[in-house]
Design a protein around this ligand. Sequence first.
Ligand SMILES: NC(=O)c1ccc[n+]([C@@H]2O[C@H](COP(=O)([O-])OP(=O)(O)OC[C@H]3O[C@@H](n4cnc5c(N)ncnc54)[C@H](O)[C@@H]3O)[C@@H](O)[C@H]2O)c1
Length: 467
Amino acid sequence: MRTKLILAFAAILALFACTPKIESTVPAKVVKGVIVTETPAREKGQESALQLTCEPIETVRIGFVGMGGRGNSALKRYFHIDNIEIAALCDIYPEKVASANARVQEAGFPAAKEYSGEDGYKALCADPDIDLVYITTDWLPHTTIAVCAMENGKHTAIEVPAAMNLEECWALVNTAEKTRRHCMMLENCVYDFFESSCLNMAQQGLLGEIYYAEGAYIHNLDYHWPIYTNNWRLDYNYRYRGDNYPTHGLGPVCQALDIHRGDRMKTLIAMDTRSYKGLEAARELMGVDTFANGEHTSTLIRTEKEKMINIQHNVYASRPYSRLYQLLGTEGLVEKYPLPGFVALDSEVLKDKAGIDIPGLETEKYAPEEVRDRLLKDFRPEIIKEIEEKARMVGGHGGMDYVMDYRLIYCLRNGLPLDMDVYDAAEWSCLIELTRLSLEYQLPVAVPDFTRGDWNKIDGYSYAVKE
Ligand SMILES: NC(=O)c1ccc[n+]([C@@H]2O[C@H](COP(=O)([O-])OP(=O)(O)OC[C@H]3O[C@@H](n4cnc5c(N)ncnc54)[C@H](O)[C@@H]3O)[C@@H](O)[C@H]2O)c1
């Protein structure tokens, strides 16, 4: 009996010794070999913001925060959007605000109010003459500014990634649920002409049931490192391991897989390589001898419905740009890279599902270019068709940025749910901390359900349009 007790006690001690203490921004523990992070309870008065609709806004008055590269290109796009007002501009540096404001006036618009300094965003968020706070700062202040905006009754749009860790993801969700304000991440890649046509093809059943998807951000940033204000981007990657920029790859495939609209990401596991060029850049620009971020990071995610997503990150690669973008279904394949994209579809499925008769297509071969181009054009979603020409003319990554802004304003003006909600922002951004945890503890990690149980209530992804 005594021996048995000692053995049991030793077994419990051994178990505790093998279970690492998880260092994360929200409480976490290892359950059956998987890191599980805590889901905070909803506070009183807080309810789901799924399909959130708000009062229509006739003229959307916008306050822009962050007048760097991305802020200035956003401004230029808004010169071409009707029913908006460029109400205010903000940056830490007053001279950046002044030069952006000069451009506003050169373009024929009235001068915007100017805010600056570390706390300038607080005054902008409190300004009663603003409906939407549009955040284009570097990554670190995104969530703080967005939460401040919503608490001041403003809708908010945040550049990618919206949040840098789980605590911030939950702060966005909880604040949107409490304040009933929209919080959209500005994930432009979901409006890329190729991806959006493929989403429509997938929704029409041309690929059968999609069970595997790929996405990535593979982009050599050598020439960009010195441009980022105060070196914010290389500095972040110097400090943090993991996929620090997952949303361009993840967004389009999550829409095709109906994430939190019928399925949900459940578990992920990440792996990375050692650093080469990242470390070299950090040595050169920062004078440091370590670099946390792996040269290439790959993450496999399994969904509740037993599908798989493969996401990759490499901002150091000596190779052409790629977001991979692949959807593989039981009946066919679409994939975008290497440019300009391929489709492999079956003639019978095409005829049956879309009434399009193109004999000779088989899924073992890529369709000829002219067929691919016809399909991409024929399946362009209506919401994009109506502004495609103008979007291509105004530009912004070939036009997708303009479509994103146009849709944001259209939905706000018509009191419709936005194309991307706060749960998308949290789900796509949370990979940053989850991949870090997976790499540091060499364990699978559970993906939180930011909808708190409502992931199966909406039947598939769709764009809202005016009746
Ligand atoms: N969607 C895309 O395709 C895309 C492309 C490039 C960059 N981005 C994103 O856009 C954001 C900005 O990137 P960038 O290249 O323009 O960087 P940047 O360094 O050129 O500009 C950032 C600006 O924010 C300002 N800023 C920082 N903290 C602030 C604060 N608290 N209040 C006011 N202003 C503040 C800085 O002074 C700077 O002017 C990042 O989140 C980045 O990931 C997205």
